[in-house]
Design a protein around this ligand. Structure first.
Ligand code: SPV
Ligand code: MG
Length: 669
């Protein structure tokens, strides 16, 4: 689409203001002329080619455009007879550049707000800007509208007419009809009338609809009085508070374009999502909040940057009361829909307005997004994310995964609640579930090679950090290899438990013989692991079995102290009691002496405790260690039983995911 701006005229009614310059160079705000405002808006709206007809003081105008240096290809078409002809002749002179394209046409003295131009460009139809709320002007254009389409345009109509402004979107076919008629008019030497006279002659073949701009700014400047009114209006628009929230942590030209466009609506404040909110929404911010805030603040056109703590805008909107909230229209569906609905509700509380820019898919940006997602799963990046998440969120949740498919569930399950998105932060590669999936007991029978194979299966299809259940860690001499392999693969943390001999699952407690490792030997194993790792991104967590083996709080606490001193990056305290009091007692006592070392819990038995309760107490990692296995197993048993009972599969169908969904569950790339 090309833009056509008509700037040949003399602008006599402006008096002294146009003595030494064409009217379009009149300032409507400090440093902003009618023309620079139009051109900037066109550029922001994605227009790349502009045709400007010139006449009076053409050289000044051309030089000014060069000085603006905008990303626009500008063609100047000079009308030497500007004093004796009207712009119908200027258009005729420009016909070769203008033919065969959609055109947005405007008079060179028209000042409008960005919203108006967007609406005109977004209209699929050929249209003219009209205002249903303005009184009919005596001297300016009016449009006669019948059956929803414009029949005639001129200053003389007063019946069935609305105030109209010379801002048009002209679709190629309609424009051809009008332009051909303009050429015919000029061939008959009818060069002193309006180009609209030619339109009126062909309006039955050129379908033009009125586009109501109501009381938004869209006004011509003909006189010094008009200039005063419009300048005051422009000032008022510039002082409007505009708010926009960004969750992204990298910027491409599409973001810059939308920021610039939003900035044209008023004084722009950008809300930057807190790290915690990004982590809950996009999995992981590549750049921490502080840096994202700085980045946004450095973009020209951004007046202010504030933190938005949740995906919900409500708090910031009620506090800042922006006149306008800007967003892409892609949030009308999908998981952001309720957030949008809340924004609409809150804006209605105080009369704010939502402006949605059409969301344009761009293959380049999609490719960038894909690359960013791929980066998240690369070992070096994935490994360090657990530590970073702990720093950002304070409390991290992990759910067990023992296969590619359970990995995908851990990766993709999200819940939107109270304006927040919830998803698991990490995955727990449980020895119990990995063994169970292979039909084997949880006794370190499934060897490390096989366990690593499971890690690999999960890593291939996911991006979230992995916490590996290292059982007892085996002999210290072997553990160092386990550490190196896991670290190299991109695992974030290994947890080893202070047991020795034939390991059985802790949830058996004292019902079966279990032996706790000596403090010295376990500390030596931790220290060997710490020495073996190559990066501090990789965490070694010591798991204390004292409560499982009923050795008491003091034993657990003294072991925790010793393990931290040996270099453990985190402590896991385990219990198999439903009543969480022994876990709470340990956490409180440990936190009194050690406020920093991350604490891990596995609330399988004490499942009533909420994440908030754990967080308040100082727990940092909550692992849901076996729920996918435990819920999947009875479902599979039921299906198997149903087929055996009915000797066919039909009764089992209702228990199953439809084939289509299971196929869609697995992404192709
Ligand atoms: C596992 O999931 O394998 C664990 C946690 O080690 S527990 O089963 O509670 O011991
Ligand atoms: Mg285990």
């Amino acid at each position: 689409m090309k833009a056509l701006i008509l700037n040949s005229g003399l602008g006599r009614r402006m008096g002294v203001l146009t003595c030494e310059q064409p009217k379009c160079l009149t300032e409507v705000a400090p440093g902003e002329t009618i023309l620079s405002r139009q051109l900037l808006m066109l550029a922001d709206a994605g227009i790349r080619e502009v045709v400007i007809t010139t006449g009076y003081r053409a050289t000044d105008l051309e030089e000014y455009c060069r000085f603006l240096d905008l990303p626009l290809q500008v063609h100047f078409v000079h009308n030497p007879d500007y004093e004796s002809t009207n712009y119908i002749w200027s258009i005729c002179l420009a016909r070769d550049i203008l033919a065969d394209d959609d055109v947005v046409l405007m008079h060179g003295d028209l000042v409008f707000e960005a919203d108006v131009l967007d609406a005109v460009l977004a209209s699929g139809d050929t249209c003219m800007a009209v205002s249903s709320t303005l009184p009919l002007p005596q001297k300016d254009f009016k449009a006669v509208v019948r059956d929803g389409r414009i029949q005639s345009i001129g200053i003389q109509f007063f019946d069935d007419a609305v105030a109209a402004q010379p801002l048009y979107r002209l679709n190629r076919a309609d424009w051809k009809v009008w332009l051909d008629e303009i050429v015919r008019f000029c061939a008959r030497d009818e060069k002193r009338c309006y180009a609209e006279n030619a339109f009126n002659a062909v309006s039955d073949r050129c379908r033009m609809v009125p586009l109501d701009v109501a009381d938004r700014l869209c006004a011509e400047i003909d006189t010094p009085e008009d200039l005063e009114t419009v300048s005051a209006w422009v000032r008022e628009l510039a002082s409007r508070k505009v708010y926009m929230c960004f969750s992204t942590d990298y910027l491409h030209s599409g973001h810059i374009a939308i920021i610039r466009k939003a900035g044209r609506l008023g004084r722009l404040t950008i809300g930057v999502l807190s790290d915690e909110a990004v982590a809950s929404y996009r999995r992981f911010p590549m750049m921490p909040f502080r840096e994202r805030k700085e980045l946004m603040g450095s973009i020209s056109g951004v007046a202010d940057v504030v933190e938005q703590k949740t995906l919900s805008y409500a708090d910031n909107l009620r506090r800042l009361k922006p006149d306008i909230v800007v967003h892409g229209d892609d949030w009308r569906d999908g998981f952001q829909k309720p957030i949008r609905e809340e924004v609409v509700r809150v804006l209605a509380e105080y009369g704010g307005k939502l402006v949605e820019f059409p969301y344009s898919r761009d293959a380049r940006y999609e490719e960038m997004d894909k690359r960013r997602r791929a980066e998240l799963s690369m070992p070096d990046f994935r490994r360090g994310r657990l530590r970073k998440l702990l720093g950002m969120k304070g409390l991290v949740t992990a759910i067990e995964a023992h296969s590619g498919i359970t990995g995908l569930i851990a990766e993709n399950t999200t819940v939107l609640q109270d304006g927040k998105t919830f998803q698991f932060d990490a995955m727990w590669l449980s020895s119990l579930c990995d063994s169970t999936a292979k039909g084997k007991p949880d006794t370190e029978l499934v060897d490390m090679t096989s366990r690593f194979r499971t890690v690999d299966d999960i890593m291939e299809v996911t991006t979230k950090p992995i916490i590996f259940d290292g059982d007892t860690g085996g002999q210290a001499e072997h553990f160092i290899y386990t550490v190196r392999s896991l670290e190299r693969m991109g695992v974030s943390m290994v947890i080893i438990e202070d047991k020795t001999g034939h390991k059985v699952n802790s949830l058996f407690g004292t019902e079966v013989p279990q032996q706790q490792e000596s403090v010295e030997a376990f500390c030596a194993k931790i220290a060997a692991g710490v020495r073996a790792r190559k990066t501090s991104d990789f965490m070694i967590c010591a798991r204390i079995e004292s409560l499982i083996l009923e050795k008491g709080q003091e034993d657990a606490l003294s072991r925790a102290r010793a393990y931290v001193a040996a270099g453990a990056d985190a402590i896991m305290i385990h219990s198999r009691k439903k009543d969480p009091s022994e876990i709470f007692a340990f956490v409180r006592a440990f936190r009194r002496e050690d406020p920093a070392t991350p604490l891990v819990v596995v609330p399988t038995a004490f499942s009533s405790v909420t994440e908030d309760e754990f967080k308040a107490m100082g727990v940092n990692v909550v692992i849901y260690a076996n729920q996918l296995t435990r819920s999947g197993f009875p479902a599979m048993q039921n299906a198997a039983r149903s087929i055996l009972e009915h000797h066919r599969a039909q009764e089992c169908d209702s228990l199953c995911l439809p084939i289509k969904e299971i196929i869609n569950l697995i992404p192709e790339d």
